[in-house]
Design a protein around this ligand. Structure first.
Ligand code: ADP
Length: 681
């Protein structure tokens, strides 16, 4: 690309004078005796050795440019300090220090040239150079231009903004990258997935190294000698393609190719060769390496496209486009260095862009990891809480089971005691008696201990001699009433034992989910009558009045007869048990939407609200004193609840301490899947 019309290019031969002779700015000075230098071209490479020099060029300026404001652009100048004069007037300087940092930019600079400074015919442009680091100097590209402000203005504005953005942005970027690198290295060191970020860190590090070399931050290396300073610039440029290939293949594409291996061999060799031959001649190696760079950049373009198409990582397309920009800027930079294009260099910006995006990707990854960590911690805390809850419940259940064992042993012992001890009393009423039996007439005779019988003794009944035989038999001497009382107690205790064992068996069957449901359509008042027949004697004996709400006949419920009866019996039995003499127990039922609500209400001792839930848990008795006073296993309500659950219903209690309780059972009018033999697990 060439500048537009009205722009004069000042490449080619210039006159040069080594030293600080101020007279060189004077257009009248005769410079014909002095040596020639070619721009673009390196100062030392052309055989000049002083730290300071003047260069000047006489140019013809076309009539169209006379009397108007112009711009002078000095392309890619690698000097510490430069002053530009047009016809002896200072038009601008390339400061060695700007914003506190070395501005020896690998970029171009430009200045305004007032119309009054330029005249028709011969004009002299003189530049005063001071090199900070000898050996890395000269005007590196062909962008030495003088032209109309309107032609070069936008161009110059772009150049300026690029320079400032780079100068001031790069220092913050550099600081940021250093901090990020430290954090990353620390994280990488601790991380389980050790090598995930290796290539990213390498790219960011090389990018930072490159930026540092370009912003003059590594001027700190100057004390080590110009070679050290120049080599780090050389190395940072050479290392960039390696870092880029490592990054794309490792992080974006997750694979390894021979190109990566080759680059790993070539790049370190070039770096080592550069170090060995020294900074003066390393430029030659760099030029040769530039051919390889072209191939590398093309390969990077290909990889970037692969990464964009693959979208393995969410941010891959962004990174790949940054790589694409960097590759394009690299091609552009190489072409600029070779004098093919003459536009502002963009490579620094593309590297900065790449470094920022790679850093952003790492930060994003870390943020997402820390977010995941947070989520994990939260779910871990939740699981811990659940586990703790489960542990508490398990401990509670163990405690309840021990309590249950104690109470069940007590429950089993009481009737067993009666069953075992009552017979002792009965047995004590039996006495042993001597009896003589006549074998002839079969009569029995009580004998005293002193009585004797032999063959001459005649039977007192049939008088036959020798027919009497002696034997021993037991005679019961107890009172019939007392005996019946004992036997009744044994029977009752036996029944109680049977109920306990049945309860236990039933609970374990329900608990194991092995209970089967055989539902059928049942008339509710039939069930009520059955409950009444079973429990009326008990309530009557206790002095508790048992009432059933009137139901119109024909109300049917779909349920398992045996189980629903047991539900009602359990609740009514409890109600009678926990109601003192004179109280009332009322059983009723009503239809509510698709459900039947049955209730068993008593005027008994009531239940504290904090116990309303727990009483339905197995082995729960709200008060250990209840066991002693009222008996029971703590299984009745647990069995009731499981039976209700089996029907797809629910059971709950409303109660006030001292005023009585009402237990409610909600059962669906027609249970789902209610054919018969529904197995519930
Ligand atoms: P238990 O065999 O001990 O009666 P349940 O499971 O039937 O076992 O009852 C558990 C506990 O619920 C009882 O120990 C009692 O404290 C309480 N309870 C149950 N029904 C009533 C009621 N109608 N009135 C007061 N308390 C009750």
């Amino acid at each position: 690309m060439t500048p537009r019309d009205g722009v004069t290019r000042l490449t080619g031969s210039w006159r040069i004078h080594e030293g600080s002779a101020g007279a060189w700015r004077d257009p009248a000075l005769d410079d014909s005796q002095w040596r020639t230098i070619i721009f673009p071209g390196g100062y030392e490479r052309q055989g000049f050795h002083a730290r300071e020099c003047w260069v000047r060029k006489n140019i013809e300026i076309g009539a169209s440019l006379i009397g108007r404001e112009l711009f002078f652009v000095l392309g890619n100048t690698r000097s510490g300090y430069a002053e530009v004069y047009v016809n002896g007037h200072l038009v601008g300087s390339h400061a060695s220090l700007r914003g506190g940092f070395q501005s020896d930019l690998n970029a171009i600079d430009g200045w305004r040239v007032p119309g009054a400074f330029v005249r028709a015919g011969q004009n002299t442009v003189a530049i005063h150079f001071v090199w900070l680091t000898v050996g890395y100097d000269g005007i590196a590209d062909a962008r030495i231009l003088l032209g109309k402000a309107e032609d070069l203005g936008p161009y110059l504005a772009r150049i300026r903004s690029v320079i400032y953005l780079f100068e001031y942005g790069a220092i913050f970027l550099f600081a940021f990258v250093i901090v990020l690198m430290a954090a990353l290295l620390k994280a990488e060191w601790q991380a389980g997935d050790r090598y995930r970020y290796v290539s990213t860190i390498f790219l960011v590090a090389v990018g930072a190294f490159y930026l540092a070399s370009q912003t003059g931050l590594t001027l700190l290396l100057v004390p080590l000698g110009a070679d050290a300073f120049n080599l780090q610039i050389y190395c940072s440029i050479v290392l960039l393609p390696l870092a880029a290939i490592e990054f794309v293949e490792h992080y974006l594409l997750g694979r390894r190719t021979w190109v990566r291996t080759l680059t790993r061999v070539v790049v370190p060799s070039v770096v080592i060769a550069g170090i060995v031959v020294g900074s003066q001649r390393s430029f030659l190696i760099y030029k040769t390496f530039a051919q390889f760079m072209f191939a590398v950049i093309l390969y990077l373009l290909y990889l970037a496209i692969c990464a964009i198409r693959r979208r393995r990582e969410t941010l891959a397309p962004i990174l790949a486009s940054a790589l694409l920009c960097m590759s394009a800027a690299g091609v552009h930079a190489l072409m600029g260095d070779l004098g093919i294009v003459h536009t502002p260099p963009l490579f620094h910006l593309s590297v900065a862009n790449m470094v920022i995006l790679a850093s952003a990707v790492i930060i994003a990854d870390f943020v997402s990891i820390s977010y995941k960590n947070k989520e994990l911690t939260t779910s871990l805390t939740r699981s811990n809480a659940k586990l703790t809850g489960a542990l508490v419940r398990a401990e509670e259940s163990t405690r309840l089971k021990s309590e249950f064992l104690a109470s069940i042993s007590h429950e089993l012992r009481t009737p067993l005691n009666s069953i075992v001890n009552i017979p002792d009393g009965l047995i004590s009423h039996f006495t042993e008696q001597r009896i003589a039996r006549c074998e002839s007439c079969q009569s029995d005779f009580e004998m005293d201990e002193s009585d004797t019988i032999d063959d001459s003794t005649a039977c007192p009944s049939c008088s036959i001699k020798g027919a009497l035989r002696t034997s021993r038999s037991l005679v019961y001497g107890g009172q019939p009433d007392e005996t019946v009382g004992f036997l009744t107690a044994i029977r009752n205790n036996g029944r109680h034992l049977l109920r306990l064992v049945t309860d236990l068996l039933q609970f374990s069957t329900l608990d194991a989910g092995k209970m089967q449901l055989h539902p059928e359509s049942l008339p509710i008042d039939d069930l009520f009558r059955e409950v009444e027949a079973t429990l009326q004697p008990i309530s009557a004996s206790k002095g508790v009045s048992l009432r059933f709400a009137k139901l119109e006949s024909g109300h049917m419920i779909w349920a398992d007869r045996v189980k629903l009866l047991q539900i009602l019996l359990n609740l009514t039995d409890n109600a009678i048990k926990f109601t003192d003499s004179g109280g009332t127990v009322t059983i009723s039922a009503h239809e509510s939407g698709p459900n039947w609500i049955m209730s068993v209400a008593d005027t008994g001792i009531g239940i504290r609200s904090e116990h309303h839930q727990v009483i339905f848990e197995s082995f729960r008795q709200v008060d250990a004193g209840h066991t002693r006073r009222y008996g029971g296993t703590g299984l009745g309500l647990a069995i009731t609840k499981k039976l209700v659950d089996l029907h797809g219903g629910e059971v709950w209690v409303e109660s006030e301490l001292g005023k009585g309780s009402t237990f409610f059972v909600r059962l669906p009018v027609a249970a789902s899947g209610s054919s018969s033999g529904v197995r519930v697990s």
